[in-house]
Structure formats: structure tokens, C-alpha cells
Design a protein around this ligand. Structure first.
Ligand code: GAR
Length: 217
């Protein structure tokens, strides 16, 4: 079982608006939340979430791919920057790049990502658009652990969102994000407070396992 100290040191990686990050920062105002954001790191200097994080008084930094000779050098620099903040948990909150081997080697098993679709359906950078084009009637969001694949890590939590006939990518994504902010906030808080186990592809947050509850009915 992975059981971080409380409050868990949380490093958040963003590429954009950072509304998921802001929801976590809001939740941690309650001292019992169990996690504390110690740094926000972006691959984009123009990510609006950096301004929001600074307004919350959280240290921010930028590790931009363009500032490095190649992808491997960027991967190493990102891992170094994350490590500098000694995280117990790393949250990808709208971070639109793949996590490379250096970060997986150092923080593997405690990097959490959120994706705007019900994985394993519609992975990748356009999960909302792909669900719409694919004719899905229900989509949603997935919180998962990060592995070396594209949105292939073990699933921690999911929530469903109905697709409406008149939805556009943007109206659907906004409805998903409303649900996703709550799902991410609750899930990260529970992981920090209660720990988690991974057996094969099955993740259990807290101590209640299927084995514990079997035969209770
Ligand atoms: C969220 O919907 C998140 O799932 C998505 O970016 C949005 C971030 O919004 N991430 C991905 O698509 C990763 N594949 P935010 O910047 O307002 O938190």
C-alpha cells in the first residue's frame, strides 16, 4: 500500500487554464484535506493557470520543450524540477505532454492524471472531440495512474457525463470539467489521506478491498 505522509506534498503540472488545479487549491484551504500543493509547473510560459497559482501564493516554474536541445533533455529537466519539490504525489491537471522515462523512474506509481473521457474509450489529446465524433451518448472523465502509454494507466476513479444532441466540443468539455474538478479533488484528497493499493490493473483507495467486503451482504 502506498501511504503518503499527511499532508502529502503535491506537485501539479499544467499546460492551460488550470481550473482543475484551482479546485484542488480551493479544497486544501480545509486543513483536513490531506494534501498541500507545494509547486505548480508548466510546459508553457503562457499557461493561464500559472497566474492563478501565483495568486494562491504557490511557487511556479516553466520547463518548456523549446528551451532544450531535444525531448530527452526536456524529460530529464522536468523530472529534476519536480524532484526539487520532493513530492509525495504528482498531479497532471491538463498537462498536455507525455511523461517520460526519467519522471516515471522517480515518481512512478504516484503520478495521477485526469482525462476528459471514460477510458479506455477515447484516449489522447482530443478525448472530448473524439467522443462526440464517435457518437457516444455517455462520456465523462477518468482519474488514473500514469504509465508509459497514452492514457493507459490503471484507473482510479471515473464519472459519467451525458452527451446532448446539441453539444459542441466546448459545451461538452465544460460540462465534463465541472464534474472532473470534483472527481479529481475528492480522489486526490482520499489518496493522500487513506493511501492506495494497485493489484494488476485494479486500484483501491483506502483500506476497504473487495476481499474485506465479500460476504457482507
Ligand atoms: C481537463 O479536462 C483535463 O482532463 C484535460 O485538460 C483539461 C484541463 O482543464 N486533459 C487532457 O485532455 C489530457 N489528455 P484545466 O486546465 O482547466 O484544468
Amino acid at each position: 500500500m502506498t501511504n503518503p505522509p499527511t499532508p502529502a506534498r503535491l506537485v501539479v503540472l499544467i499546460s492551460g487554464a488550470g481550473s482543475t488545479m484551482s479546485a484542488v487549491l480551493d479544497a486544501q484551504q480545509d486543513a483536513s484535506y490531506g494534501a498541500r500543493v507545494v509547486a505548480v509547473i508548466s510546459d508553457r510560459a503562457d499557461a493561464a493557470g500559472l497566474v492563478a497559482a501565483a495568486e494562491w501564493g504557490v511557487p511556479t516554474s516553466v520547463v518548456a520543450l523549446a528551451d532544450f536541445p531535444d525531448r530527452e533533455a526536456w524529460d530529464r529537466a522536468l523530472a529534476d524540477e519536480v524532484a526539487r519539490h520532493e513530492p509525495d504525489l504528482v498531479l497532471l491537471a491538463g498537462f498536455m505532454r507525455l511523461i517520460g522515462a526519467p519522471s516515471l523512474a522517480r515518481f512512478g506509481g504516484r503520478i495521477v492524471n485526469t482525462h476528459p473521457a471514460l477510458l479506455p474509450s477515447y484516449p489522447g489529446a482530443h478525448g472530448v472531440r473524439d467522443a462526440l465524433v464517435g457518437g457516444a451518448k455517455v462520456t465523462g472523465c477518468t482519474v488514473m495512474l500514469v504509465d508509459e502509454g497514452v492514457d493507459t494507466g490503471p484507473i482510479i476513479a471515473q464519472a459519467a457525463v451525458e452527451v446532448w444532441d446539441d453539444d459542441t466540443e466546448s459545451t461538452l468539455h465544460e460540462r465534463i470539467k465541472n464534474v472532473e474538478r470534483g472527481l479529481v479533488t475528492v480522489t486526490v484528497g482520499r489518496m493522500a489521506r487513506e493511501g492506495w493499493t494497485v493489484e494488476g490493473r485494479r486500484v483501491t483507495v483506502g483500506t476497504a478491498t473487495l476481499k474485506d467486503t465479500k460476504g457482507d451482504a
